[in-house]
Write a protein that binds this ligand. Structure first.
Ligand code: ADP
Ligand code: MG
Length: 144
């Protein structure tokens, strides 16, 4: 059975719903690597995941603070690498967020050095703008 699934969502509400659905599959220490252009739906999807984990606080884009932490069914560390340059990414201690009994969600994960090599098990999720309200969301479950 393929571990790659491709979805088309026709509205932000549908992307939220997909996030809630993925939330049901999550286990402690899972990492979600999100990639895709600005406005492609990464934060909207993260909001859905957080809803699915019972997090009541509003989920915003952590662009200026890099990491925001929430607590629901699991602790969630929401990381956004958008405003970091490569040198910053190199020294960011991402491993400290992994394996702490929670879930790590990383926007702009393709900015992690050596991301291509996919050395770390997790969900690899890419977002593509098809047209104004349509997004293609590809989810690869590369967990152990
Ligand atoms: P990113 O975090 O990837 O930059 P956001 O989730 O912050 O993206 O923003 C997505 C934008 O696109 C929002 O303004 C949202 O209303 C809009 N949008 C339109 N259609 C969709 C869709 N199908 N899924 C998600 N967002 C959508
Ligand atoms: Mg975002």
């Amino acid at each position: 059975m393929s571990r790659v699934r491709r979805y088309l969502t026709g509205s932000p509400a549908e992307t939220l719903k997909l996030g809630r659905r993925i939330a049901r599959m999550l286990r402690s220490d899972d990492i979600l690597f999100l990639s895709g252009d600005l406005g492609s739906g990464k934060t909207t999807f993260t909001r859905g995941v957080c809803q699915g984990l019972g997090i009541k606080e509003p989920v915003t884009s952590p662009s200026f603070i890099i990491v925001t932490e929430y607590t629901g069914k699991f602790k969630v560390s929401h990381i956004d690498l958008y405003r970091l340059d490569k040198a910053d990414c190199d020294i960011l201690p991402l491993e400290e967020y992994y394996a702490q009994g929670g879930i790590t969600i990383i926007e702009w994960a393709d900015r992690i050095p050596n991301f291509e090599r996919r050395l770390t098990p997790g969900f690899y999720i890419s977002f593509r703008i098809i047209r104004s309200n349509q997004r293609e969301i590809t989810i690869e479950d590369l967990r152990n």
